[in-house]
Structure formats: structure tokens, C-alpha cells
Design a protein around this ligand. Structure first.
Ligand SMILES: [Zn+2]
Ligand SMILES: [Zn+2]
Length: 270
């Protein structure tokens, strides 16, 4: 049965020379498509060989262009980097988001867990990217951590008609309902397999099946039993298996539904 990893940071140097083998393992695991999330990157030297600033988002788009039937890209500015964003970065982001291989604007949003940029600045940059998605008629990929109230109110004010995905959703059922009311899809990561994630599993059991996606957010958040190690798209199967268990459904049903949902929400090639 097919599967789609709706959120992967395959342009990170964590893969490097292992990228072709990583993509091979993804295909062997039954994946039919992977969405590569491009984002502005700080010049901190932690990832030798990868480009910085908005050029890092171009890397994701170029990677998608190298294998259009299997890969698509997104481009955005992460809330962690909000304080570094310049007007030139936003203009550059708009140009990248116009590329046909760039299916969505993001990830963008609010992160009040790490608070790496001031919250007011995060909110401004998020709203600007929601407006960009609306102007370009593309869906949005949203990152939100411990910020569901503000994330939902900005979306309620600014979201256009093209919908999008709450990626790596870790909220509860009340938060999920607000996003569902906006017509958004909800993507679950390996966090669903973590021992302490009972509130998330409760929400995952209640969200309508036709609104759910699965993702890895690799290289982060590897599902059990790989927790703490480098994650990769092939492991999205473990999250789909846990989702099937949580909902009491056959795995094949979850695989088909999440694949169809990802294609529809992010307008991926069939
Ligand atoms: Zn994220
Ligand atoms: Zn991410």
C-alpha cells in the first residue's frame, strides 16, 4: 500500500552522501512521494556543505526538481528565525514559492516552546506568510508548538481559500477542532508513537480520517523504536501503523486515506 511522507528535511546535511540510499529505502518501504520542506537557514556552520539564508530553500526546490514524480518542495521561514528575517528574504521567499515544484508556503508559524525569536516578531512573520500563501493561491504548512491559541487566531484572520496542513500536530482535541473548522488538514509525526503522547493519541482517534496526513519531520522525531536516532522517510510507516492501531482500522485503510489526503491538501502530482 502507498504512503506519503508529508514533511521531510531531506536537504539537511544529516543525509549528505546517504541521500540516494535514504530515498531508496523510502521507495522500498512503499512510499510514493516525499515533501521536502525548504527553509531559510542561519549561517551557523553546523551543516557543512548546505547553503544558507533563502538559498537553503532553493536547495529543497532543486532537489524536488531532480525527481518530480517522487519529490515536491515547500519554502518558508521558520518561527525560530523570525528575528533574522529581512524584507529581502521575504521577497526572495515569494520568488521561490512561485516555482512549480514548490507546492506550499511554509513551514511557518509560532514556537512558544523554544521562543528563539520574540513572540510579536513571530506573529508578524507568520501573518505575512499566511498572506503570501493567499496571494499565490497555494496551501500553507504550519508549525505550531505550545502556541495553538495564537496560531488559530492568526489563521482565522488571514487564511485564504487554499487550506493547508498543521504539521507535526501535538495539540489536544480542542486545538484540533479549531484547525478542522478552518478546513485545514492535520499531519501526525513519530510523536504519536511516544509513550507520553496519550492526549495526542486521543485527538488522533477523533480527527476525521479524511483530514489526516502522516509525516516524519526527519531528521528529527524518529518514531519508536528508533527514537533519538536520525529519522528518515521510510519510518513514516511506523507512525501510520500506530495511527491504524489507535483508530482500530486496517493499516491499508490508513495508508490509502493519508496518501489521498496528502495529494489533495498539498496538490501533489498523482
Ligand atoms: Zn516544524
Ligand atoms: Zn519541519
Amino acid at each position: 500500500m502507498p504512503l506519503i511522507d508529508s514533511h521531510a528535511h531531506l536537504d539537511f546535511a544529516d543525509y549528505g552522501d546517504d541521500l540516494p540510499a535514504t530515498l531508496g529505502r523510502a521507495r522500498e518501504a512503499g512510499l510514493v512521494h516525499v515533501v521536502v520542506v525548504g527553509q531559510w537557514r542561519e549561517p551557523d556552520g553546523r551543516r557543512p556543505g548546505s547553503r544558507v539564508g533563502m538559498d537553503a530553500a532553493r536547495d529543497a526546490v532543486e532537489l524536488a526538481r531532480s525527481d518530480r514524480s517522487f519529490l515536491s518542495a515547500t519554502a518558508g521561514m521558520h518561527p525560530h528565525d523570525a528575528a533574522r528575517a529581512t524584507g529581502a528574504d521575504l521577497r526572495e521567499l515569494e520568488a521561490i514559492c512561485r516555482e512549480p515544484e514548490c507546492v506550499a508556503v511554509g513551514e511557518c508559524g509560532l514556537d512558544y516552546h523554544y521562543d528563539r525569536s520574540p513572540r510579536e516578531v513571530q506573529r508578524e512573520l507568520f501573518a505575512a506568510q499566511v498572506r503570501l500563501a493567499k496571494a499565490l493561491r497555494k496551501p500553507l504548512v504550519v508549525h505550531t508548538r505550545e502556541a495553538d491559541l495564537d496560531t488559530a487566531s492568526i489563521l482565522e484572520r488571514e487564511l485564504g481559500q487554499d487550506g493547508g496542513v498543521i504539521h507535526c500536530f501535538t495539540g489536544d482535541w480542542a486545538a484540533a477542532q479549531r484547525y478542522l473548522a478552518l478546513g485545514l488538514h492535520i499531519s501526525l509525526s513519530g510523536v504519536l508513537t511516544f509513550k507520553a503522547a496519550d492526549a495526542l493519541r486521543d485527538a488522533a482517534a477523533r480527527i476525521p480520517l479524511d483530514r489526516l496526513l502522516v509525516e516524519t519531520d526527519c531528521p528529527y522525531l524518529a518514531p519508536v523504536p528508533h527514537r533519538g536516532k536520525r529519522n528518515e522517510p521510510a519510518y513514516v510507516r511506523l507512525t501510520a501503523e500506530r495511527l491504524a492501531e489507535v483508530r482500530g482500522l486496517p493499516l491499508a485503510r490508513v495508508e490509502l486515506a493519508t496518501t489521498e489526503n496528502a495529494r489533495r491538501a498539498l496538490r501533489l502530482p498523482a
